[in-house]
Design a binder for this molecule. Structure first.
Ligand code: SF4
Length: 165
């Protein structure tokens, strides 16, 4: 089951556990959602010259920057609001890479704010991540999604039509 967990699923766990179940069970969100489109546009317009959208070890990383000593994996985000899910997603990638012997550091790039947030895989973060992975496994093994609870993230969620109709 752990192989089923990817960065998107991990990220969603810190937003809404019901969403986690939907994504893990491959329920398609509203693909016309303007929020998904904004994300795509930011990626295309700000990072045209970088390596982007790279699949490495079954991880889809937005951008990889390299110099002689360091590998930096970066995720592009629309805003620094509610940054915790993005930090954990990036930490998850760093953990996967570490398991393969690749030591990397992470950066969250927020082009609209001209901001960069560094993420390192500390022991504390790694423990938190492992606990989250166990919880996610429990959630996605359930036959039904967790009950709908209206939260602040529903407003901008690609599944909102599904949940709120
Ligand atoms: S609409 Fe709300 S309850 Fe439904 S998946 Fe999105 S955040 Fe979760």
């Amino acid at each position: 089951m752990i192989n089923k967990i990817n960065g998107t699923i991990l990220n969603s766990f810190y937003v809404c556990k019901r969403k986690t179940w939907f994504i893990a069970h491959e329920l398609s969100p509203d693909l016309d959602s303007p929020l998904l489109e904004i994300g795509r546009l930011i990626e295309e317009n700000y990072y045209g010259r970088s390596e982007k959208g790279i699949n490495l070890l079954n991880i889809k990383i937005d951008v990889i920057l390299r110099n002689r000593q360091t590998t930096v994996v970066a995720e592009i985000k629309k805003s620094s609001k509610n940054i915790k899910p993005a930090i954990m997603q990036l930490a998850f990638y760093l953990l996967r890479l570490k398991e393969q012997g690749i030591i990397a550091i992470g950066e969250i790039l927020i082009p609209k704010e001209r901001r960069k947030i560094s993420v390192s895989l500390t022991e504390e973060l790694e423990n938190e991540l492992n606990e989250a992975i166990e919880d996610i496994e429990r959630i996605i093994m359930q036959e039904k999604p967790p009950q709908m609870e209206r939260i602040k993230f529903c407003t901008n969620c690609a599944y909102r039509e599904f949940c709120l109709s």
